[in-house]
Design a protein around this ligand. Structure first.
Ligand code: PMP
Length: 422
């Protein structure tokens, strides 16, 4: 399949719409959530229209068909991550739910008073707050790796922190959702394992853009969200090595995760069902599997190459605009994300102006307040690219930012607003 973003756009019905009084939509908010191709929408509709029923234990045709499709989605996900077994794939509600599951289950069983959870300062709140909560519950400490001037972290800093803190767990993002920085999942995992730490990789911003091989990474836990890989909302993936899932206590209790229940207590069933209490996201799993197949047909290497080119173009052009501060490293060290601030112009004003030009970007702290604090910013504007974005859209984005410069800077306007979430 030759990679042509203009052609790929036809797969995404939403991209045909206009916004802001007839402007074509330039959707550059992909780090928050991506759009869905027709095949994903169709797969979910097909489930609801033709064979939907609750999964597992149903002795009737529809339940058997739904169960088969749901379990096939697990196998598709296993292959997408190159996991050893489909039993290592737990369907969750998303990245946040996956990390919370590890914190509540593995964390409560393995982390105690005085122990350390090591994270980077560039984490999304989803990879900070569950560890703060664990610290409140068991008395452990959360330590943060600092970033350097160029928005990266040297291996020597990681090595030193592993030596000093001897963490129980090193939990880091493979790609920062603000800086776009790619952190080396495989080599950091190796370093952490050598120091005796378990590893959780937040792949929310990596899974949409690169081939992930969990056996190569060798991380103990890897999490990502369906809605960022052209799949539905309400579903995500927690990959964990089977030995962990077998040893970890169930986190949510209820139907589906038990072997027996008596008035005295319960016994949990085997993974992955042990971690899927209640009715799971059935149509969502089927939609996710379709999305993963779609990305594989397009080719994750093609996607990455395309986004890097767009990112490079946007990054270089932004740096030419007076008063613009691009956060994070130069494009060769980052994924398809460019966050920036403008002197004396609030990020919300930038996003609002861009919206009048049909360009959708995000403004705020992007659920990364500690990172914005160390950068000395309250908020930033973020453009994030995906397979269906085009060079023309990058140019429209840049033109609109230039307009912002002219329009607001001349007025010397400065607006202070509380940062918004995500
Ligand atoms: N981690 C990272 C790096 C993210 O970008 C996001 C989504 N913004 C999350 C975690 C949380 O993902 P979700 O909201 O889908 O649970």
């Amino acid at each position: 399949m030759t990679f042509d973003p203009h052609q790929l756009r036809d797969d995404f019905p939403i991209l045909r719409r206009t916004v802001a009084s007839g402007q074509p939509l330039a959707y550059l908010d992909n780090a928050a959530s991506t759009q869905r191709p027709q095949v994903v929408i169709d797969a979910m509709s097909d489930c609801y229209q033709n064979y939907y029923a609750n999964v597992h234990r149903g002795i009737h045709t529809l339940s058997e068909e739904s169960t088969a499709a749901y379990e096939a989605a697990r196998v598709t996900t296993q292959h997408f991550l190159n996991a050893r077994s489909s039993r290592e794939i737990v369907f969750t509600a998303g990245t946040t739910a996956g990390i919370n599951t590890v914190a509540r289950s593995w964390g409560h069983a393995n982390v105690g008073r005085g122990d350390v959870i090591l994270v980077t300062i560039a984490e999304h709140h989803a990879n900070i707050v569950p560890w703060h909560q664990l610290a409140e519950a068991v008395g452990c400490r959360v330590e943060f790796l600092p970033i350097n001037q160029s928005g990266t972290i040297d291996d020597s800093v990681v090595a030193q922190a592993l030596k000093t803190h001897r963490p129980k767990l090193f939990a880091f993002t493979a790609t920062s959702n603000v800086l776009g920085t790619n952190f080396p999942a495989q080599s950091w995992t190796e370093m952490a394992h050598r120091s005796g730490a378990a590893v959780l990789v937040d792949a929310a911003q990596a899974a949409p853009h690169e081939v992930i091989d969990v056996q190569q990474w060798d991380a103990d836990f890897v999490v990502f969200s369906g809605h960022k890989v052209c799949g539905p909302t309400g579903i995500g993936v927690l990959y964990a090595k089977l030995e962990h899932l077998e040893a970890m206590p169930a986190f949510l209790g209820g139907g589906g995760m038990i072997q027996t229940v008596t008035t005295e207590g319960f016994t949990a069933t085997e993974p992955p069902e042990k971690f899927e209490a209640g009715t799971p996201p059935i149509a969502e799993a089927i939609g996710l599997a379709e999305a993963l197949r779609y990305l594989q047909r397009v080719g994750l290497d093609n996607i990455r190459q395309h986004e890097n080119a767009l990112c490079q173009r946007a990054d270089q052009a932004l740096r030419q605009i007076e008063g613009v501060d691009v956060l994070g490293p130069m494009p060769d060290l980052k994924g398809g994300i460019v966050s920036f601030t403008m002197d004396r112009i609030h990020a919300h004003d930038i996003a609002q102006w861009l919206d009048t030009r049909g360009v959708a970007v995000r403004a705020g702290h992007h659920c990364a307040m500690p990172l914005h604090d160390v950068l000395g910013k309250t908020a930033s504007a973020r453009a994030s690219f995906y397979l269906y974005n085009t060079v023309e859209e990058v140019d429209r984005f840049i033109e609109a930012v230039q307009e912002v410069r002219k329009k607001f800077a001349s007025k010397g306007r400065r607006r202070r607003r509380p940062p918004v979430t995500n």
